[in-house]
Design a protein around this ligand. Structure first.
Ligand code: 5AD
Ligand code: SF4
Length: 481
């Protein structure tokens, strides 16, 4: 389909550009022009979010905007007037899921000819995906990216009232728009963006292209949001960024992430978490702050990606495996009860058996509590996608299985330490499988299923652990003295 006037299509080359231009931070009050207020009245939207927490948080903004326009959220696609897929581009299988879903949803159009299909999020930032949608998925009439959530009212007006296929994807570096509405999906746990984008350009990763330049929110804006959440009764916040440890570098904030963590701890919110950490920017100051404050949780997601320094170099990770081990040891020394999770990619182009063995070795060294493991997936436009690869897919699958076996073993082994311990648990509510059993998380991020006495969602209670499984602990609520 030919490009129509008014469309803004993604451009990966433009998305790669980084300038020294200062980021525009808008504090304008968000308002929907009165002529668009009625657009959602009596209409329902269905929102499905894929991928990471940044996307989850974007989903809250989208839902907030839609509800301001009069829409109500529905969990029934069949009954909805707008179906919005908020997508992830990090691996091909995530994309295939979305495309499969879009294909199978087409039938709903027959039941409701006014139904609008929209795609947003990271996939919408990719040239080849938008081309594919134009050619093979003509029923998708609304496409917008990660930089312009705040334009949703205008885009919906265009597609719903003017009946125009609407595509607005910006590939610029990105601004910051404060004061957007949000419908928080959690009642006692909240996500808080501290920065957007990524400038690391790891050679396998599409994120710097889909989410733009690394840009921090001001400390004042973040602390204001945290204080509001605290006043609303939130018990846990997770500070979000692709590389939280480089927070504030762009704004030249003295003390950077360590300072932000300190100020966050001082708000008195009972549980503070953060993700994701890049080992390269993790300083001793940050470790000291995490150790100092009881309300900063002793759990760190510290992606290693590979256990081999040569592969790490080709990945553009900027640390050697010795430096990773030193950082890991420094955290463990200062925070002995700290739990760790990591991300690992197997089958990076030309990974040798010895290099893969080094990945198994780092898992033996760190004995992670959890690891998210992936087979390398080439991403169009990234440097690694152009590398020749001599490793066949079956070998990659075998490596993944071998790695997972080791990961599971250490997850199980770490959990055994909790037998008979009394742990503090933030209660999420009844478990999905059994409404009589409640669940929640320990400070170290272990899932606990427990028999409750009087615990309610959002309480922080004491639980005695009676059984330790690989991915969860079983316990009984104990009375506090
Ligand atoms: N292939 C496989 N895994 C990837 N990740 C990022 N890009 C790719 C890719 N091209 C993984 C990394 C990252 C996590 C979010 O996803 O491990 O930390
Ligand atoms: Fe997926 Fe990365 Fe986009 Fe998050 S930032 S949705 S992980 S591609």
């Amino acid at each position: 389909m030919k490009k129509q006037p008014g469309w803004a299509l993604p451009d990966l080359k433009a998305a790669q550009v980084r300038t020294t231009q200062t980021v525009n931070i808008s504090h304008e009050q968000f308002a929907i022009p009165s002529e668009w207020h009625h657009l959602g009245i009596g209409k329902r939207f269905y929102l499905r979010t894929y991928g990471c927490q940044a996307n989850e948080r974007d989903g809250e903004t989208l839902a907030g905007i839609l509800e301001l326009m009069g829409f109500t959220q529905s969990d029934d696609m069949e009954q909805s007037d707008l179906i919005l897929l908020n997508t992830c581009a990090v691996r091909k299988n995530a994309e295939e899921k979305v495309l499969g879903e879009l294909g199978s949803l087409k039938r709903l159009r027959k039941q409701n000819p006014n139904l609008i299909f929209g795609m947003c999020g990271c996939m919408a930032q990719e040239e080849d995906i938008v081309q594919l949608l134009l050619e093979k998925y003509p029923h998708v009439e609304l496409i917008f990216g990660t930089h312009n959530l705040h334009h949703l009212p205008k885009l919906l007006h265009q597609v719903m009232e003017k009946h125009e296929k609407t595509i607005e994807v910006f590939s610029k570096e990105g601004d910051i728009v404060e004061n957007l509405p949000a419908k928080r999906f959690g009642t006692h746990k909240a996500w808080v963006n501290i920065m957007y984008g990524c400038d690391k350009f790891c050679t396998y990763c599409i994120v710097p292209y889909t989410r733009g330049k690394e840009r921090s929110r001001t400390m004042e804006d973040i602390i204001d949001e945290l204080n509001t959440l605290k006043a609303q009764g939130y018990k846990e916040v997770t500070l979000l960024g692709q590389n939280v440890n480089s927070y504030g570098k762009d704004l030249h904030i003295e003390g950077g992430f360590a300072k932000l963590l300190t100020e966050t701890a001082k708000t008195g919110i009972p549980r503070i978490r953060f993700t994701t950490s890049h080992p390269w920017d993790f300083t001793q100051d940050m470790i000291d702050v995490i150790a100092k404050y009881d309300n900063i949780m002793p759990f760190i997601h510290l992606p290693v990606q590979s256990g081999d320094s040569d592969i790490l170099k080709i990945m553009g990770r900027r640390y050697t495996i010795e430096q990773y081990k030193n950082l890991f040891d420094a955290i463990k020394t200062k925070i002995p009860n700290c739990a760790f999770s990591t991300d690992i990619i197997v089958g990076f182009p030309n990974e040798t058996q010895t290099q893969f063995q080094h990945t198994l070795d780092i898992v033996d060294y760190c004995r992670f509590d959890n690891a998210y493991t992936f087979i390398y997936s080439p991403r169009e436009g990234t440097p690694a996608a152009n590398m020749q690869d001599n490793v066949d897919f079956q070998t990659k699958q075998e490596r993944l299985a071998q790695l997972n076996e080791k990961v599971n073993h250490y997850a199980w082994e770490n959990n055994q330490k909790y037998k008979d311990a009394i742990v503090s648990v933030l209660v999420d509510g009844p478990s999905k499988k059994n409404p009589n059993i409640y669940c929640g998380y320990t400070e170290t991020n272990k899932l606990v299923n427990f028999e409750r006495m009087d615990a309610k969602c959002g309480d922080i209670i004491q639980v005695k652990i009676v059984a330790c499984k690989t991915w969860s602990l079983d316990g009984i609520q104990v009375k506090e003295k």
